[in-house]
Design a protein. Structure first.
Length: 70
């Protein structure tokens, strides 16, 4: 079988290929590399109180609303 060109696939196409071919390690590595490369390097501490958990929930809702608007 000829290996497809993973770098030319869209995210959606690559994800679908990985799901359809779960034993294809090259496809899985390409998938992980693509999503890791595009991921934000920003990290956050784990919330330590109920107030911090509520604050995180508010921030998540705000971000989701921003994404809906764009």
């Amino acid at each position: 079988m000829i290996e497809p060109e993973f770098s030319s696939m869209s995210k959606t196409e690559l994800r679908a290929f990985v799901i359809a071919h779960p034993d294809n390690k090259a496809a899985f590595r390409a998938f992980v590399d693509r999503f890791t490369y595009e991921a934000s390097p920003e990290t956050f501490d784990i919330p330590k109180s109920n107030a911090e958990i509520e604050e995180v929930e508010i921030l998540i809702r705000q971000k989701l609303e921003q994404l809906k608007m764009s």
